[in-house]
Design a protein around this ligand. Sequence first.
Ligand code: DX5
Ligand code: ZN
Length: 218
Amino acid sequence: MVKVAPSILASDFSKMGQTVKELTDSGADWIHIDVMDGQFVPPITFGHQMVEAIRPYTDLPLDVHLMVEKPENQIDFFVKAGADCISVHVEATKHLHKTIHSIKEAGLKAGVVLNPATPIGFVEPVIGDIDFVLQMTVNPGFGGQSFIPSTLNQIKALRTLIDDKQLPVDIQVDGGVNQETALACIDAGATILVAGSAILGHADYSDAIKQIRGEKKV
Ligand code: DX5
Ligand code: ZN
């Protein structure tokens, strides 16, 4: 069964703890946390203090998506704050291998993020070192954007790469994932679906999560 990771970017920041608890009670698998620094992407969201603040509200894995320059400088902060997974963009660090290994050495799951136009070959040298590839299905920086259909080809190519090498690497997708595009992503080979507005914008989180997982007809 695929996993669903609601993105708290789409939630009301003044009620974050309560929302994380509700998402947990509604069947979420991971909680996705979008960290933006105003450099790698234009907006600024929040840093490791947010992970620390929501940690008491859930036992689910906290999945930190670092949209920041030099993510290597952030790893220790997020480890200490209680993160379980950290993903970094290939364009954001000059030392991808080293950064991945510092995440793994801290005992966390490590992910590498590809933008919609980033060739999948960029992750190939480290594919055996990571737990998941995050294929962006929109350009990073904002919630509520439309899914970019050409990214389905990237997901399929990643699935072939991972299956050919028989690696236990998940494919996470992020951006514009809703009840319809989720099914196309699953067909292409995705195993972890991040969704912000499609879940947080829905009156019933549990229903939205089930629909995205493909358990329930829309
Ligand atoms: C975009 C973020 C996403 C975002 C997804 O840069 O990485 O995680 O929150 O939001 P939706 O699901 O609304 O596209
Ligand atoms: Zn994200």
